[in-house]
Design a protein around this ligand. Structure first.
Ligand SMILES: [Zn+2]
Length: 103
């Protein structure tokens, strides 16, 4: 019995990516910028100690920044954002708050 004719394999056009291949970085012009800063502030948690000195949580890297970008901003490029922040003096989480967008 002859083999059933093979169905032609449909070559669909590759699906359009849901996010563009080149994701933008998170910048001050991004609508989520303020949200990002608010989330980062909660993590870094600047606070005054009993002796009046300020203290906060920072491991000297962009750990919280990367974490927030990964979980809350899937549409932005982490690497581009890191570069943007570092260009403005934000080499760690607390520096982003103090140098990149000081209030
Ligand atoms: Zn820091």
């Amino acid at each position: 019995m002859p083999a059933a004719p093979r169905k032609p394999v449909r070559r669909a056009n590759p699906p359009a990516p849901r996010t563009p291949a080149t994701k933008p970085g998170l910048t001050k012009r991004h609508p989520g910028w303020k949200t990002f800063l608010t989330l980062l502030e909660k993590k870094v948690n600047f606070r005054k100690m009993r002796n009046g000195n300020m203290t906060w949580t920072c491991d000297g890297k962009l750990t919280f920044t990367r974490q927030i970008l990964r979980t809350r901003f899937p549409g932005v490029s982490i690497e581009k954002t890191v570069k943007y922040l570092q260009d403005r003096g934000g080499y760690c989480d607390c520096e982003v708050l103090m140098n990149v967008d000081p209030r």
